[in-house]
Design a binder for this molecule. Structure first.
Ligand code: PEP
Ligand code: MG
Length: 755
């Protein structure tokens, strides 16, 4: 219901709606099958409101509504009449999540006459959505012969009834033996999302923020309910004030909390809920009603600021519900067996806290480059993003299958799906066993060439993988992750200790620390986000490091101290030209000299390299290739700039093939420039971890590939099967023929390799 348009109800209709709600509740308490209950309810509503018709339409699937019960329309139409979302007046109510109230239905825009129902004789129509916190469950309609506009009070009364119906639907009150429409939270559901991290998992739902279940939507005693809501709002206000007093808050957090405080103190909010209670709702149901209204509006408003505020209100309603019901506050509750985390979104620190206990993660939001995705990758937990509405559908403990490769999630899957999924997992497990047996062997191809396979890392959680994956070193340690998971800038000594542990875990194997790569998609929670038109090409990575050298200096000191006189490899992200590299390099060298002057040990062998992530660096003066100790290609960024295709944009990020000959020619040029200067070269983007791409890169002369630990096995297995000279000849031959991508030639050749 749009906020603010309601006036206090006159006493008579207040008690009328209360009476109706009580009759409704009593009727629902009687035993009976789902259909009997629905029939009783339509009769009861028509009788109480004084209309000839009352009908309940429920969603059969995401966009089909079905007439499930009626008083007044032809009974034969029940379970026969269906309409699409947006179709006819009923479909319009559902689509807009707003009432339609008309004295002359046939002349209303979008009216569709359903002959099988016999509704042509009814002129007035009032339909209200049956919705529960933004989740559309159906439509409740009353119709009458006399042409009359329903009063505001009548609309309101019907909305309150619809709200109770929604709660009852949610609780399964209308489920029949056949589990017909409305069999919420029982039927299998498939969610098609996107891949955040590959892998498969079977387990049980663990909702990050469990939904609050309102078991009694109708108030027995309005006065008690009013007292309850006032006291809960009071507690809420105190808790927000307490949060605001915390001293670790940044400006943005303060702003959000101020907005919360404003809502929590708003008299309108409390007054509306009190009115709902006066009409017969329980305190919890009144909160949910307000929340539903806010959610419905959220879906309609385009203004981003307003949407944010409505989402604040949504969050606040959740808090209030938790206070009222005491649910969802027991954070110590036991995780189910094989837990799979299901959430709208989750921060990196929270996800890390769950750690490897989780079998999988499913998010409604998120993106490939989000911090949560980075953490899920580090933990090697399958992650599916964009699984729309899964938090509304899933209940704690539900059986869940996560297919991270295809971005699919099967909720409450049926036997057949479970069987084939388990077969697939068994095959994957077999492959893993095979990879494990290769762990101690080199990635030596049939021609004798050995490719060094390193891993990418960034969290302490990655350290165990150094031993387990067979990685020969760490080609990329993303230091920003340690900054991203905190809510304060880490201190130098803290970092030095941490880096020392990483160095220790590497046990003398090569380990390249990349200095802070922030900006673009990686925004530190405690740094003011830059409002940039195109952050990927904005103030990021080494640009920030050079403009604000304090952090780079601090990091260099921490790294030098962590090395404790041993070897150290440092590289800079996003170097675009020679002078950027020399300035960054000088900063590190200066810190080394400073440490030496202070009498501290300096690295026995300090190697300073650059990440090549922008095409311009490939054409830098030779002095760059001579000066840098090594070059590491950041393929993710390099590819996005080479093809002008945003790596974060689902629409375009897979559009261009890495095996496109333009890109391969470009990579060859880089390899050639490094060779001329005798500069070691490696490749550390995601493509290095894809077996087919890895073979092509190795054939082009990339002797070191750095990837996620989980990719090392599959990449090694394929590299050991092939002859890289053959691969090279095939690639060059294909290029000479003028093809756009070498993939169509490489794939059949690879398929023949096992023969
Ligand atoms: C890259 O860009 O390829 C890379 C390895 O760095 P990141 O993915 O952290 O930007
Ligand atoms: Mg990069």
């Amino acid at each position: 219901m749009p906020m603010g348009r309601r006036r206090i109800m006159p006493e008579r209709s207040e008690s009328d709606s209360r009476k109706l709600l009580r009759r409704l509740r009593d009727s629902l308490a009687l035993p009976g099958k789902g259909q009997d209950r629905l029939d009783r309810i339509t009769h009861l509503i028509a009788d109480s409101i004084g209309t000839e018709v009352c009908s309940i339409y429920l969603f059969r699937d995401e966009d089909t509504l079905e007439l499930c019960a009626t008083e007044g329309l032809k009974k034969e139409a029940v379970h026969q009449t269906r309409m699409k979302l947006g179709e006819g007046l009923v479909g319009r109510v559902a689509r807009n999540a707003a009432p339609v109230n008309t004295a002359d239905a046939p002349s209303e825009r979008g009216f569709r006459y359903m002959p099988e129902t016999g509704e042509e004789i009814y002129s007035s129509f009032l339909g209200v959505p049956i919705q529960r916190v933004g989740e559309q469950l159906g439509v409740l309609v009353v119709q009458s012969r006399t042409a009359r506009q329903f009063s505001e009070d009548e609309v309101y009364a019907l909305e309150v009834v619809a709200m109770v119906l929604a709660e009852m639907t949610e609780l399964g009150a209308f489920l029949g033996e056949g589990d017909g429409p409305g069999a919420l939270h029982r039927q299998p559901r498939l969610f098609r999302g996107g891949t955040g991290q590959e892998g498969s998992a079977e387990g049980h739902v663990w909702l990050h923020e469990p939904r609050v279940v309102v078991t009694n939507p109708v108030a027995d005693d309005p006065l008690t309910e009013i007292e309850r809501i006032r006291s809960a709002v009071g507690q809420l206000r105190i808790s927000i004030d307490d949060l605001l007093r915390a001293d670790s808050l940044d400006k943005d957090q303060v702003q959000v909390l101020e907005a919360y405080r404003m809502f929590a103190n708003s008299r309108g909010w409390l007054r509306r809920m009190e009115e709902d209670i006066a009409r017969g709702l329980s305190a919890e149901a009144a909160v949910e009603k307000e929340q539903s209204a806010a959610r419905a509006r959220m879906q309609q408003v385009e203004d981003a600021y307003l949407r944010e505020r409505l989402s604040d209100l949504d969050d606040l309603s959740n808090r209030l519900l938790r206070i009222l019901t005491g649910q969802g506050q027991d954070t110590g509750a036991a995780l189910p067996d094989a837990p799979i985390l299901v959430a709208r979104n989750i921060g990196p620190a929270e996800l890390l806290e769950y750690g490897r206990k989780l079998r999988g993660v499913v998010l409604e939001e998120g993106s490939v480059g989000s911090h949560a995705a980075i953490v899920a990758r580090a933990l090697a937990i399958p992650l599916v993003i964009h699984a729309e509405r899964i938090t509304s559908e899933a209940l704690n403990g539900d059986h869940l299958l996560v297919d991270g490769d295809a971005g699919l999630v099967h909720l409450r899957p049926d036997e057949m799906v479970v069987r084939s999924f388990r077969d697939k997992m068994a095959m994957q497990a077999k492959a893993q066993e095979r990879y494990a047996s290769l762990r101690g062997l080199p990635a030596q191809s049939r021609c004798g060439t050995v490719t060094r396979l390193y891993m990418n890392a960034g969290l302490m959680a990655d350290l165990p993988s150094m031993q387990g994956s067979g990685a020969e070193g760490v080609g990329l340690f993303r230091t920003e992750l340690q900054f991203l998971i905190r809510n304060k800038m880490p201190k130098r000594d803290e970092l030095a200790k941490l880096y020392a542990r990483v160095i220790e875990a590497a046990r003398g194997r090569p380990l390249a620390f990349r200095t802070l790569d922030i900006g673009s998609d990686k925004v530190l929670p405690y740094m003011k986000p830059q409002d940039e038109p195109n952050p990927a090409m904005g103030w990021r990575a080494i640009r920030v490091g050079l403009d604000k050298p304090g952090v780079l200096q601090m990091q260099a000191q921490a790294l030098i101290r962590a090395a404790d006189g041993g070897p150290l490899m440092v590289m800079f992200p996003f170097i675009t030209e020679l002078s950027e590299f020399t300035r960054a390099r000088d900063t590190v060298l200066h810190q080394r000299d400073r440490e030496a002057a202070l009498g501290r040990p300096v690295p026995s062998d300090l190697k300073i390299g650059a990440m090549l992530e922008t095409p311009s660096l490939a054409y830098a003066p030779k002095a760059f290739f001579d000066l840098t100790d090594f070059v590491s290609i950041g393929g993710n960024d390099l590819k996005q700039f080479f093809f002008a295709a945003d790596r974060e944009n689902e629409r375009v990020r897979r559009r261009y093939d890495t095996l496109n000959t333009s890109f391969l020619r470009f990579l060859r040029l880089i390899a050639e420039r490094c060779r001329e200067s005798g500069t070691p070269l490696s490749f550390c983007g995601e493509d290095a971890g894809r077996p087919v791409e890895a073979v092509v890169l190795a054939a082009l002369g990339f002797g070191t590939l750095s990837m996620r630990p989980a990719s090392i096995g599959p990449v090694k297995a394929l590299l050991r099967q092939v002859d890289l000279n053959e691969a090279r000849a095939l690639i060059f031959n294909a290029m000479a023929q003028g093809v756009e991508t070498v993939r169509p030639m490489v794939m059949p050749w690879l398929a023949r390799q096992g023969d």
